[in-house]
Design a binder for this molecule. Structure first.
Ligand code: 6R9
Length: 631
């Protein structure tokens, strides 16, 4: 929604005085006139072993290639290049355990040692250029080492969020044909152990590809080790194979860096592919400009490394800028709702990037919790994952940011790899709007026919120009890449979001316009939840929709048709919810399940989720002309 009398929040004086880019409008104009020159200048700030021949090759669009001919490696720029200068002994990572009893810190020098060691281990296990390694680890430093170690030797990492269950994990490992998986014995969640090793054992029991499982000790829980397949990471590092230097492999700019599975509107999750060259340029530049990150900063991105935010703005963007990052193993409210605030105070965090759902959940505990802490080290805040409602925006701004810190509400996607719509630190902010397109980008809001809608009207959000950190496709599925993103409006990238643009060019994201649900900022496909429900023996057919939720943004509401004779009891509803948690993930558990006789469908048999949603919300169900009334 574009609220009527929206307040414009000007940048505070300190922000203006310290701004690295005092006039983003002027820079934006220059970048707009020649986006490729802008991106070439950003790329030139990084190291390449061979220069690129061209900035962008769009001759095979929508298969774009960035910096073709160039050779580089993101690790060279994220780690190696800092070793030669004054950042060598600067902290790259400060990590704190969930119970607060352990702290581990790594300078860039130490980070390089750790990454090199893991890279040597991977190589010794036969991992080479182009091999896909699945990483299923908790929020511990080893997840960074593993990702960087893969990139360093030219292997492709595929991180699966540590909260996924065996079936989801199996699908992702099988689809990527990983021969090696890196995991931990368990992870800590609010004082209890989540048995990661058991989950992975179940996921790979019949795997046709996995040959080796590297297990990091974290919780010390008892696990069963397969003597032929499983190896303790701690044992491997004491072997001679782990020792010595390991060169950072020079990669073609377009060589793949990682796969990341994400939910789409239909079918199985899709593997988004990102490449070394363009991705490093895009994440480097956006982190530099939008977070205005500097050497003296202490930066904290609360996102799990298992999501794209943890990749682009947890790991790579800050390291490419030589920044000091903070990583916390636990969540915001354990054991008390001041956990994050106390960490910000203790570690002097200056840039804090989190999600609206976290802000809303912490807001509910009242400002007495943050007010007990001195949060004056903060100078810039960030938000990502879903629209931030003005109430949460103001609370974040006032109570956490002391009214002084600009909030960078960054809109982007797993596919985009980097920010596409976001403010700049000195820009006047409109609470609830993600600001304007990033340098070199233009967006439009279109109607069904592809016409731009009038200012302020809602429509489909598209991106007009390619950008360097764009995904290079879907793993092994070129057709789905074309169909999903580039066919509806030829020449434009279809985001799947619905949005409005106001008279000042500020973009207001309304939300997903497809069958993707954002639950607490996590991207979940209706099809995946439905498949998990369908696999319950009492369920014949299921449909799920996203309903507005005060804290989570959206919640999952399900409808199930039961097999004849099954009793639609409260217990069965609970059992189905648990089934989804066990087979997909606890984050995908429906909040409520309604048992129904049949589901509304089109004549071609597609479930009409919008009808279910409208009914649940008491809204007009709209055009039903395609509905199969016989059903
Ligand atoms: C980074 C990330 C992408 C979807 C996207 C949109 C929603 C992300 C947002 C936002 C409003 C923001 N989204 N950031 N909506 N304001 N600042 O979340 O990637 O998990 O792929 O989700 O998230 O709906 O289409 P991903």
């Amino acid at each position: 929604m574009v609220p009527e009398n929206i307040d414009l929040v000007p940048p505070s004086r300190s922000v203006v005085e310290q701004a690295s880019v005092p006039d983003p409008e002027a820079l934006g104009e220059r970048a707009g006139q020649d986006p490729l020159a802008f991106w070439a200048a950003e790329a030139a700030e990084l190291e390449w072993s061979e220069p690129w021949e061209q900035v962008l090759d769009d001759s095979a669009a929508p298969f774009f290639t960035w910096f073709p001919g160039g050779r580089t490696n993101i690790v060279r720029n994220a780690v190696d290049r800092h070793l030669a200068g004054p950042r060598k002994n600067k902290l790259a990572l400060i990590w704190v355990s969930e119970d607060g009893k352990e702290t581990r810190t790594y300078s860039f020098h130490a980070l390089n040692r750790q990454v090199t060691q893991m890279a040597n281990v991977l190589k010794a296990m036969g991992v080479g250029k182009g091999d896909i390694v699945t990483i299923y680890l908790p929020r511990i430093p080893e997840i960074w080492f593993a990702m960087l170690a893969c990139a360093k030797i030219g292997a492709v990492h595929s991180v699966v969020f540590g909260g996924y269950s065996a079936d989801a994990l199996r699908d992702r490992i099988d689809a990527s044909e990983s021969k090696l998986v890196i995991t931990a014995d368990g992870s800590w969640i609010n004082g209890s152990v989540f048995p990661m090793k058991d989950v992975i054992d179940e996921a790979i029991r019949f795997s046709p590809t996995v040959e080796n499982l590297v297990v990091v000790r974290r919780t010390g829980s008892e696990v069963t080790m397969d003597p032929l397949r499983d190896h303790w990471y701690g044992d491997l590092t004491s072997l001679p194979i782990a020792k010595g230097p390991c060169p950072t492999e020079p990669m073609a700019a377009e060589d793949p860096l990682f796969l990341l599975y994400t939910s789409g509107s239909t079918g199985q999750p899709k593997a988004i592919v990102h490449a070394h060259g363009g991705y490093q340029v895009g994440t480097y530049a956006t982190t530099k400009y939008v977070f205005d990150i500097r050497d003296e900063d202490r930066y904290w991105c609360t996102a799990d490394p298992g999501w794209v935010t943890g990749h682009s703005y947890g790991l790579y963007g800050p390291l490419l800028n030589g920044a000091t990052s903070f990583m916390f193993e636990g969540g915001p409210t354990f054991p008390y709702p001041n956990r994050w605030w106390s960490l910000i105070e203790y570690y002097g965090i200056s840039i804090f990037y989190t999600a609206p759902t976290a802000i809303r959940s912490l807001m509910r505990f009242g400002k007495a919790w943050p007010n007990r802490h001195d949060l004056s080290s903060l100078r810039l805040l960030g938000s990502v994952g879903e629209p931030i409602n003005p109430e949460a925006w103001h609370w974040f701004h006032e109570v956490i940011g002391g009214g002084e810190c600009p909030i960078m509400d960054t809109w982007w996607q797993t596919e985009t790899g980097m920010f596409q719509i976001c403010p700049q630190p000195v820009m006047p902010l409109k609470p609830g709007s993600a600001g304007r397109p990033f340098y070199g980008q233009e967006v439009a809001v279109l109607d069904e026919q592809g016409n731009e809608v009038p200012t302020g009207a809602e429509g489909m959000l598209v991106l007009k120009h390619p950008w360097p950190a764009m995904f290079r496709g879907l793993y092994h599925d070129d057709q789905r890449y074309i169909d999903t993103y580039w066919s509806k409006y030829p020449g434009y990238y279809l985001t799947g979001d619905s949005a409005r643009i106001d008279e000042d060019g500020y973009v207001w994201i309304v939300g997903r316009a497809d069958d993707v649900i954002k639950v607490s900022g996590h991207r979940i496909g209706t099809a995946e939840v439905e498949a998990a429900m369908d696999s319950h023996p009492d369920v014949v057919e299921a449909a799920v929709v996203g309903l507005p939720h005060e804290v989570k943004g959206q919640s999952i509401h399900a409808y199930a048709v039961l097999r004849p004779g099954a009793n639609g009891s409260q217990e069965l509803a609970e059992a189905i919810r648990l089934h989804v948690a066990q087979h997909l993930s606890p984050i995908a558990k429906p909040d409520g399940i309604d048992f129904v006789e049949s589901l509304p469908k089109t004549r071609s048999g597609k479930i009409m989720r919008r009808v279910l949603k409208a009914q649940a919300l008491g809204e007009d169900v709209g055009d039903l002309s395609t509905m199969d009334t016989e059903a």
